[in-house]
Design a binder for this molecule. Structure first.
Ligand code: SF4
Length: 451
């Protein structure tokens, strides 16, 4: 059962030294209770207390890590049912399936697409995360060879090894070295062998139930055997059943603290539909509702990109705006006669505006003013992007040392600030830029410093 902040405080050394990065033990205890920091951040608590508090304050959906070194994939760690209650922690892993009965060209194509289908948006790299390697022929040598091929070809992929045969899993996992894979396929019949293997290799287990009840009983069995790290497949192979199971599992773990379902869920859109578009739709539903991992039959840009965007939206923290740092950004190698533009520090605005400037090929200085992540008009309405604040920023930013001219291009939506800004910045000419970022290239190509 979760501990309260006061219960945690009683177990702390109460030095109020601040070495945990938080000024007082009380504030630290509150943050641990809220899951906002780890008990291990206090260097003075004993291992015994760490274990006691760590267990009690662990998230209801266990955090599972795959991989090794700097290539760790994390799933689970969720603490709420709805994103607006707090936030969702670890984005649903997108995996692509390869099997031992695929030809080399099919496998190579999936590896190539895994490496090439990567997109940068608002400063975040969007890509698939994992390979699910399936032993369809029960052939240890072929399974290990396929695993080696994927490991070599997709160096930053998390690995899911799928086989009914613990011996084959052991051989393939042996090829993974430090890239700790998920060992998938523990059933009611082979759970004991999987538990032994998991303990020996230090790898998490993927449960394969034929339905939710069976998945629960396998989970209970593995928990009793001392296994802590698991991922659950409830066996659902229709969208309706998978959605229902995901919701039941998440609710049971969060609301009822039901331990056997307190693990991330792995789902298989690749086995729910053979139609790529329907498979994508199933994956999108399951990303929205609680899948820890979705396994796709292949990666195609037109399907992967919307799923990645959906995931990005769902797993951003709704209580924290996405921001970029207040600064002067040089775009296209500007010199002392380059135009100077200003906008807010809402990430999306920054990346759209800087992208348009970059596309224009016009060397420019882009000033980003801290508006606490609010967009231009919202920031202006909230009093965070007024003429006085812009003027203060211009003076302290250092832009006056970088350019010879004194002309500032402001967003078209702030046209009403022109007069006030000219009063605040008498040495500067204020030019009203376009309202839409898409019109910036044409505007900049025509731009000449005011005489
Ligand atoms: Fe208290 Fe430990 Fe933080 Fe020091 S480091 S303030 S003792 S919780």
């Amino acid at each position: 059962m979760a501990l309260t902040g006061i219960q945690i405080l009683k177990m702390l050394p109460k030095k109020n030294c601040g070495e945990c990065g938080i000024p007082t033990c009380l504030a630290f205890a509150m943050k641990v209770a809220a899951g906002q920091t780890e008990i291990g951040e206090c260097p003075y608590v004993s291992d015994e207390v760490k274990e006691q508090i760590g267990e009690a304050s662990a998230p209801p959906i266990r955090t599972i890590k795959l991989g090794g070194g700097d290539k760790i994939y994390t799933t689970g760690g969720e603490t709420c049912l709805f994103r607006h209650e707090k936030r969702f922690e670890n984005p649903t892993g997108i995996a692509v399936l390869v099997t031992t009965d695929m030809g080399d060209a099919e496998v190579d194509g999936r590896i190539d697409r895994f490496k090439s289908l990567r997109y940068e948006r608002v400063g975040v790299l969007l890509k698939a995360d994992l390979f699910a390697v399936r032993d369809t022929k029960g052939d240890e040598a072929a399974f290990t060879a396929l695993t080696r091929k994927v490991l070599a070809g997709a160096e930053d992929a998390g690995i899911i090894l799928m086989s009914d045969n613990p011996g084959n899993l052991k051989a393939a996992a042996g090829a993974c070295a430090e890239r700790k894979p998920l060992l998938y396929g523990a059933t009611a019949g082979n759970a004991d062998a999987f538990a032994e293997l998991s303990k020996e290799l230090g790898c998490p287990i993927g449960i394969r139930g034929s339905n939710l009840d069976e998945a629960i009983s396998i989970s209970e069995k593995l928990i009793a055997a001392g296994i802590k790290d698991m991922v659950i497949d409830t066996g659902a192979r229709t969208m309706k059943a998978a959605l229902e199971d995901n919701v039941v599992a998440r609710r049971s773990a969060i609301r009822a603290k039901f331990k056997p379902l307190g693990f991330p869920v792995i789902t298989f859109p690749c086995e729910i539909s053979e139609d790529p578009l329907m498979e994508a739709m199933v994956a999108s539903v399951l990303i929205a509702k609680y899948a820890g991992i979705v396994v796709l039959s292949d990666l195609q840009g037109d399907i992967l990109f919307p799923l990645l965007l959906e995931r990005l939206n769902i797993f951003t923290d709704p209580q924290r705006p996405m921001v970029v740092q207040e600064d002067i950004y040089a775009v296209n190698g500007p010199g002392e006669h380059a135009p100077v533009l200003i906008t807010c520090n809402f990430s999306l605005t920054y990346f759209i505006v800087s992208g348009e400037i970059e596309g224009s090929k016009v060397p420019s200085w882009l000033l980003i003013k801290d508006t606490e992540g609010l967009s231009v008009l919202t920031a202006w309405a909230a009093g965070k992007f007024g003429a006085d604040l812009i003027a203060q920023f211009i003076k302290k930013s250092g832009i006056e040392e970088k350019v010879k001219h004194r002309e500032l291009i402001i967003p078209g939506y702030l046209a009403s600030l022109k007069g006030e800004l000219e009063e605040e910045l008498p040495a500067w000419t204020i030019t009203i830029g376009p309202r839409e970022a898409g019109h910036l290239p044409a505007f900049l190509k025509e731009w000449k410093p005011a005489a």
